[in-house]
Write a protein that binds this ligand. Structure first.
Ligand code: MG
Length: 407
């Protein structure tokens, strides 16, 4: 019954998504100024047209020039060729394989314009892609960003006067400039050049990130390598993001901000004293150094990143490796303030979950991030759950209850 209801929800959600996409398409087609396709490289040299921001004219070129300028500062010397031509050119090192991942963030689904500071949306957009590279043990090579934004997000957000300013002058206070502040700061921290992308006006704010990484040939960490007897580890702590999101919702509620998209004009002001509590949600840290360490030392048999929640992601690992797992609830490194449920199902912690042979010696921490043994891998059997959770009160099946993409 439950699964039938879930399937129904899935179908109706899919139908709703298709209808929404169709509606978005209709809106885009109905626009008086049909948004031009704007690749960063090509449109730098676009023909001269005079019109307003978002209509394919000078404003857009100024915006693209700003993005190009800022991206260039962070990519010097790291690319064969970055923004400025039809394609970027990457030069992988000998003996490496490329790892490629893409991740879509949509307003109202993955972030809320009224709740999340633009810097956080930019940071999280890149962090999601970098975390996938970390899960494979790859080093970042380049990022490609495609943005669909309502036109008001490319204008200044401070004061009525500044709203009327032309593009270059309003740039520093615009939502998109602050979005790039967040994205490029994290890119710089992980030596990841922004090498290109696409830009369009859109009724919904959305950001798609493509990450290219490189990993020594045959050494990438896969979900499929776990064996019965392996030990199960996580980096960092769990539940911090879900706990931070719950706190963010409380602050938004107290400020009278609903979840509605229309509230984006009233952005939440986050008090300084709440910043640390919200940081795991607003600014999660992808574990690139830890993933690369595991590859360098051939220490992991399987790995993935915790984006959807431990219960869901561990089920993915078990399915791909054809194994079962047992988790010790008492061993979980629960983030201060978070609940057991948030640690198990919350998602968006972007820590690494990995398995290692019992004979593998691991340090207590890698690059300052602690490692914790939380359970072990067992052979799957029909009379036991795929994942068993051991608590002080006995054992129970741990069902996947994390993020579902179409629920
Ligand atoms: Mg992942």
């Amino acid at each position: 019954m439950k699964s039938a209801a879930r399937e129904l929800n899935r179908k109706s959600a899919l139908g709703e998504m298709v209808r929404n996409l169709h509606r978005v398409g209709c809106i885009i087609r109905a626009c008086r100024h049909t948004p031009a396709r704007l690749s960063y490289p090509q449109e730098m040299r676009a023909t001269k047209r005079k019109s307003q921001v978002g209509s394919g004219g000078e404003g857009e070129r100024a915006l693209l020039a700003q993005i190009r300028s800022r991206a260039g500062q962070s990519s010097q010397g790291r690319l064969r060729l970055g923004i400025g031509d039809d394609c970027a050119l990457l030069r992988p090192r000998a003996g490496e394989e490329l790892a490629v991942t893409t991740d879509l963030s949509i307003s109202g689904r993955h972030f809320r314009l009224g709740w999340h500071p633009p810097e956080s949306v930019g940071h999280r957009t890149l962090a999601r892609g970098l975390s996938d590279l970390a899960a494979m043990g790859a080093r970042p090579v380049a990022a490609f960003l495609s943005l669909g934004l309502p036109s008001e997000l490319t204008r200044s957000t401070r004061g009525r006067k500044s709203k009327s300013k032309s593009w270059p002058n309003s740039w520093p206070n615009s939502w998109i400039a602050r979005f790039l502040d967040g994205l490029l700061s994290l890119a710089e921290a992980h030596a990841t050049p922004l090498a290109g992308g696409d830009l369009s006006e859109s009724p919904l704010a959305m950001a798609d990130i493509v990450l290219i990484g490189a990993v020594p040939r045959g050494k990438a960490l896969l979900r499929s390598g776990a064996h019965p007897g392996d030990l199960l580890y996580v980096t960092g702590s769990l539940g911090g993001s879900a706990c931070g999101l719950a706190r963010l919702a409380e602050l938004a509620s107290a400020a009278g901000l609903t979840e509605c998209e229309s509230d984006r004009k009233r952005s939440l002001k986050i008090p300084a004293k709440a910043e640390a509590e919200l940081a795991p949600h607003l600014y999660p840290q992808p574990r690139i150094a830890q993933g690369r360490w595991l590859v360098r030392h051939s220490a992991a048999t399987a790995a993935l990143d915790l984006s959807d929640g431990l219960s869901t992601d561990l089920a993915h690992l078990c399915e791909e490796s054809h194994v079962a797992a047992e988790v010790d609830a008492g061993a979980l490194p629960i983030h201060p303030g978070a609940t057991l449920a948030q640690a198990l199902h919350g998602g968006e912690d972007y820590e690494l979950l990995f398995t290692a042979a019992p004979s593998t010696r691991l340090p207590k921490s890698i690059a300052g991030v602690p490692l914790t043994k939380i359970g072990h891998i067992v052979r799957p059997r029909s009379n036991r759950p795929q994942i068993a959770l051991h608590t002080a009160n006995g054992s129970q099946a741990l069902e996947p209850q994390g993020w579902e993409h179409f629920s």
